[in-house]
Design a protein around this ligand. Structure first.
Ligand code: CO
Length: 303
């Protein structure tokens, strides 16, 4: 089991490092997303969730729809969040890159964006330095929040890290980025994705209307044969982990998929992950590693 976590972690860090080198102005987001997903498979992993590329105030849960025309511009703050699995054991990691190239940012804005990136890294480092068996979960959040506010920024209060389990991207525990009252203690062998999000805005995310990522929840009968066909494809291929609308377009036409997915989503047979944006429209930086809790610290699988 630990071997599978390690192997997934190695794949994620290799692909993350290669992909972050590619991030530059004029790169199509869909090319970045497809590079990441293809490389994970080439390296022998399964894709644990659609590759997320969230730019500026878009904070999480954006992956390309089919024929995505969005292009990365100079000065964009690009969050790349990816996951691989081996035998269902998941590695989840994210990094933020400030895109080089022509841009309309002032020197102050460039410095601020670089500081956001550094602060997310410092907050993650703090969290990792306090994680060990027996530590209260609320304490991690307090230390993360303190690191971020000491550096003059705000954590995103309503986004948290999460524990991982086999075929389960969000198992029981939530790892907060702010002080909270959770006195539950970490146990040796817990696997956590820790991901501080840092902003100079109000520090909350809200849903946008866009949904490109879904997850199968529960079965239900449907009257329309096409909806049944889409559902059976989802159950067969993505019974546990999130999938993207884009992946389904290899099998189904976009128009008919739109109808079927809406029906499945309205019936809560699949869960819609709305793209999230910072409420005040401010830029957000994120850094994430997956760690295995040990007696005297933790082991970073995605280093
Ligand atoms: Co992640």
């Amino acid at each position: 089991m630990i071997g599978s976590y390690e192997k997934a972690g190695k794949i994620v860090s290799k692909v993350r490092n290669e992909a972050s080198e590619l991030i530059k102005d004029d790169l199509a987001i869909i090319d970045l997303v497809e590079f990441v997903e293809n490389e994970i498979v080439k390296e022998g992993g399964g894709i644990a969730f659609p590759c997320n590329v969230s730019v500026n105030e878009i904070t999480a849960h954006y992956t390309s729809p089919p024929n995505d025309e969005n292009i990365i511009k100079g000065g964009d703050l690009v969050k790349l969040d990816l996951g691989a699995e081996i035998n269902g054991y998941i590695a989840d990691s994210a990094v933020t890159v400030l895109t080089k190239g022509d841009n309309n940012l002032t020197d102050d804005e460039i410095v601020k964006n670089e500081d956001l990136i550094e602060t997310s890294a410092a907050a993650l480092e703090t969290a990792i330095s306090v994680v060990k068996a027996g530590v209260e979960i609320g304490y991690i959040g307090r230390e993360v929040e303190k690191t971020i506010t000491d550096l003059g920024f705000s954590p995103i209060r309503n986004l948290a890290g999460h524990s991982l389990d086999q075929w389960d991207l969000h198992s029981g525990l939530s790892i907060p980025n702010v002080k909270d009252n959770n006195t539950e203690k970490l146990k040796e062998g817990d696997v956590l994705a820790i991901e501080p999000f840092v902003t100079d805005g109000v520090g909350y995310v809200v849903d946008t209307p866009k949904v490109n990522i879904f997850k199968f929840l529960k079965n239900r009968p449907f009257r329309l044969p096409y909806t049944r066909k889409v559902l059976s494809h989802i159950k067969k291929n993505y019974p546990y982990l999130p999938f993207s609308f884009r992946w389904l377009t290899d099998e189904f036409s976009i128009n008919r998929l739109n109808t079927a997915i809406k029906e499945l989503s309205d019936a809560m047979v699949i869960y819609p992950y709305h793209t999230l944006r910072e409420k005040s429209g401010a830029c957000v930086a994120q850094k994430e590693h997956t760690v295995v809790v040990e007696k005297e610290g933790c082991y970073i699988t995605t280093k």
